[in-house]
Design a protein around this ligand. Structure first.
Ligand code: TXA
Ligand code: MG
Length: 319
């Protein structure tokens, strides 16, 4: 049963304890309802992808109560500081280099070295984020491929019984998602138009790329910068040799030079939570053990297995 909570002090306190326990809680922001999880808990983040039935691991936005909290997880440049000072809190998401010491789970940004951060202005969102005092990963609280929810009822229509609770604060005032701006390059790039107008952004920082009349935006899911291991990757391994590092699922194959087990019990949610960590660990330790490639055991294509296999296929594909 998904609990419908009022966004008052007791409701927010309950939402905080659910999030601390690794549960999923939908909450109102000024743009759309977000499906929130403790961003530092990889299993909770994996559960977000499972609840949304996303076919692949799109990177998620991290939500913070204020600018200082946000900039503790990413490295802001001058452009980011200027935009944050004038347009936060509000419907603007900034993609910036993730700090290596950040506690945000690698799965949150789907293994990227960047992180999307946002400080929402809705009072219920602010109260929740302040009380939790941890970053909250939150995509829109709908099933993949359906429209974003702007009321608590919309959230229940799509996700009832798949999440612990919804904090109901009525309809979202903006009603479209946040504007996503990539600031990881020299030139800012608009990844998604949204609640903050381009005019407001350009008034602060000058012309923005990607906002061309052609309407062609860079598609984050297709980004070449998506983390791929530097070791070559072999899929669907049914045996393994000593010069290979094994990405195991279930009972590991014997004979590998190094092994990282995504889930000894064969649980796809646990495997998703550990996928990007596992690729990085094998990439770093494999060569130390004389491994020339990573061999990945098959993961059944059910539930999060689809997204895991999508990610592994891309990592194994031509560079
Ligand atoms: O208004 C919003 O942004 C809502 C509320 C809940 O905050 N959230 C939302 O999340 O719309 P979602 O997951 O539906 O969309 C996030 C967008 C996607 O287009 C994703 O690819 C992009 O942000 N994104 C997230 N992290 C990124 C990153 N590290 N690099 C590039 N794009 C990123
Ligand atoms: Mg969405």
């Amino acid at each position: 049963m998904t609990e419908l909570l009022a966004a008052d002090a007791p409701g927010i306190a309950l939402a905080v304890s659910l999030l601390q326990a690794g549960e999923l809680v939908a909450f109102c922001t000024e743009t759309v309802y977000g499906l929130g999880a403790d961003a530092t808990n990889p299993r909770a983040v994996a559960a977000v992808f499972a609840a949304k039935q996303r076919p692949r691991f799109n990177p998620l936005i991290c939500h913070y109560p204020d600018q200082d909290a946000a900039f503790a997880d990413v490295v802001p440049n001058e452009t980011a500081r200027r935009l944050a000072a004038s347009l936060w809190p509000g419907p603007l998401t900034l993609v910036l280099p993730r700090r290596p010491q950040s506690r945000v789970a690698l799965l949150t940004a789907a293994g990227l070295d960047s992180l999307a951060v946002r400080v929402p202005s809705h009072p219920a969102a602010s109260a929740l984020l302040r009380a939790l005092a941890r970053p909250v990963a939150a995509p829109s609280a709908n099933r993949s491929g359906t429209v974003s929810p702007t009321t608590a009822q919309h959230v229940l229509d799509g996700l009832a019984d798949r999440i612990a609770a919804v904090l109901d604060s009525g309809p979202c005032p903006v009603g479209v998602e946040s504007t996503v701006l990539d600031l990881t390059d020299h030139e800012p790039v608009l990844l998604r138009p949204g609640g903050t107008t381009l005019e407001a952004i350009e008034a602060e920082i000058g012309p923005v790329h990607g906002a061309s009349s052609s309407g062609v935006l860079r598609s984050p899911g297709m980004m070449a910068s998506h983390y791929a291991p530097s070791l070559p990757l072999r899929l669907d391994a049914v045996s393994v040799s000593v010069d290979e590092a094994l990405l195991a699922f279930g009972t590991p194959l014997p004979g590998a030079g190094a092994t990282f087990n995504l889930s000894p019990s064969g649980d796809p949610i646990e495997a998703a939570a550990r996928l990007f960590v596992g690729l990085r660990v094998l990439d770093a330790t494999g060569p130390v053990h004389g491994c020339k490639r990573i061999a990945a055991m098959p993961v059944p294509s059910a539930g999060l297995g689809h997204a895991i296999n999508d990610r592994l296929r891309r990592a194994a594909g031509p560079r």
